[in-house]
Ligand binder design. Structure first.
Ligand code: GLC
Length: 427
């Protein structure tokens, strides 16, 4: 009990440590800016003890929105020489604040719905509704390809170097005129935990391309060097569209607005089959141009529960994969298939367990009547935190912390689980 109490305090201290005045950075050194889905998870944690500050996290994120509706993956409020690629490398972007030119999985609507319960919550939901609606519209308009909301950059998926992206990256050439650069990530953390140099060259090639077309997002989707469907973005957006619809109905949005969201949901439900890999028996990433599937079970494969989509048979097969994976690791849920040859338990998205993915997966399983597996996934993260502290991600074999320490979303997920029924009154 006392260890739990002190972890609660350490979690709050971690978020305070990373507070930069209205927004929270993921961790000092490695990630010195406001990140999109990090801030949404952070708000979930802070809402358990300071609703006004949690709300500020959300409104500062929205300050980075582009006129076309996109909320970018990183908002650069200054130019920190310790970070690469910073604002100068992304070039002239379209928001009021310099930013990246790609987005991130849109968990915001789901978080807003969750933390704004009660009568006062209606006003808060109404305050951000238009911004979130515009962002979802942007995904459906600017990123749809082959009927599914696709992605143009592994960084947009939030799962940077997951081996799922290799089939798309293999089709790419590094731009011959790629300006030289020096990586900074490897100076802050163990390089063996980070993406390889070849991958980095390709990530920068996509940025170079986007900058070259003035970050025209429809062109980036149609003509860019990389185009894949990502189960993470697909399931997160489908869930978020459903939460957005519930909010629209509650706050009395016009019928046409609700109809528009219903149409997105119908399109999303239909697109779930596009990422069903029959041979694998699970959902996996898919290259849009070749139709080729990635061949491993990742930590977003089971988000069908979170999005409440997929057939009964698909869900049963996904559950069987979870049971197989559970026998291979001590800490569920690894980011990549432990039976795959390129599984690396400490290299970022090639194996480590990630707090925000455990959070969403466990929530979905619980909602869809799979409490046992939900508990396994929740307990595994809690055990790793108790053992090692608030790390960015964890070795699924040992529970050892990997990459960044004092990590905001890890502290936030912990707080949200420990204080599940306690949203700080003000909502
Ligand atoms: C890494 C992660 C991404 C996260 C960011 C900041 O790039 O892959 O998901 O948002 O770090 O924590």
């Amino acid at each position: 009990m006392s260890q739990k109490l002190s972890l609660q305090q350490t979690a709050i201290n971690t978020l305070n440590l990373n507070d930069r005045g209205g927004f929270t950075i993921p961790t000092a050194g490695l990630y010195p800016y406001q990140w999109n889905w990090d801030s949404a998870f952070v708000a979930l944690g802070i809402a358990t003890y300071d609703m006004d500050r949690a709300w500020r996290e959300i409104t500062t994120l929205i300050e980075g929105q582009w006129p076309d509706g996109m909320i970018p993956s990183i908002i650069f409020r200054d130019d920190n020489p310790d970070y690469f690629p910073g604002p100068s490398r992304w070039g002239k972007t379209h928001g009021a604040i310099p930013s990246t030119g790609v987005s991130q999985p849109p968990v915001l609507a789901t978080v807003v719905r969750q933390i704004t319960q009660g009568s006062k919550g209606i006003a808060r939901r109404a305050e951000v509704f238009d911004a979130i609606f515009a962002w979802h519209k942007w995904f459906h308009d600017a990123r749809t390809a082959s009927g599914i909301v696709a992605t143009v950059h592994p960084w947009e998926t939030g799962r940077d170097n997951c081996p799922e992206w290799n089939i798309g990256l293999d089709l790419m050439e590094v731009a011959p005129d790629l300006p030289p650069y020096t990586r900074m990530d490897n100076k802050h953390v163990n390089p063996h935990h980070r993406p390889t140099q070849e991958q980095y060259d390709k990530y920068l090639t996509i940025v170079h391309f986007g900058d070259g077309i003035g970050w025209d997002q429809r062109r980036l989707t149609n003509e860019g060097p990389f185009l894949m469907a990502d189960p993470n973005i697909h399931f997160v957006l489908l869930r978020a569209d459903k939460d957005l619809l519930a909010m629209a109905e509650e706050i009395g949005e016009p019928v046409e607005t609700c109809e528009q969201i219903r149409a997105w949901i119908a399109k999303g439900e239909a697109a779930t089959d596009y990422i069903w890999n029959e041979e694998l028996g699970a959902f996996s990433a898919r290259d849009i141009r070749t139709g080729k599937f990635s061949d491993g079970f990742s930590n977003c494969s089971a988000l069908c529960f979170y999005a409440d989509t997929g057939t009964k048979e698909q869900r049963a097969r996904v559950l069987a994969h979870l049971q197989r994976v559970e026998n291979k690791v001590s800490y569920m849920l690894p980011s990549w298939d432990p039976d795959a040859p390129d599984f690396e338990p400490q290299r970022y998205w090639c194996g480590p367990m990630w707090p925000q993915m455990n959070y969403m997966t466990a929530l979905g399983l619980e909602e869809q009547s799979e409490p046992e597996m939900a508990r396994t996934i929740r307990d595994a993260l809690n055990n790793a935190i108790e053992k090692s502290g608030f790390w960015e991600c964890f070795d699924p074999l040992t529970g050892e912390g990997c990459v960044g320490a004092n990590f905001s979303w890890t502290a936030a997920v912990w707080l949200s689980w420990q204080n599940a029924t306690k949203l700080s009154g003000a909502a």
